[in-house]
Design a protein around this ligand. Structure first.
Ligand SMILES: [Zn+2]
Length: 72
């Protein structure tokens, strides 16, 4: 399985390291008005992201499915 960070990187989804955590803007909902910039936490152990705005977990396969043919 492709590392979630490589997956995000190859699809132009920016992420950032804050302390020990990697965060990004949810590629599915693109965040909401209440949460600026980063609204999802990247979990390297489980190779997924957790979106705070939606309260959902997304694996690379979920993101790929949601974004259609635009992703690798
Ligand atoms: Zn989201």
């Amino acid at each position: 399985m492709k590392n979630i960070l490589s997956f995000l990187d190859s699809n132009g989804i920016q992420f950032k390291k804050i302390g020990q955590q990697y965060v990004c803007r949810c590629p599915i909902c693109k965040g909401d008005n209440a949460v600026h910039k980063h609204n999802a936490q990247i979990n390297l152990n489980f190779n997924n992201i957790y979106c705070y705005s939606e309260g959902k977990v997304y694996f690379a396969s979920d993101i790929r499915a949601a974004l259609g043919g635009k992703v690798l």
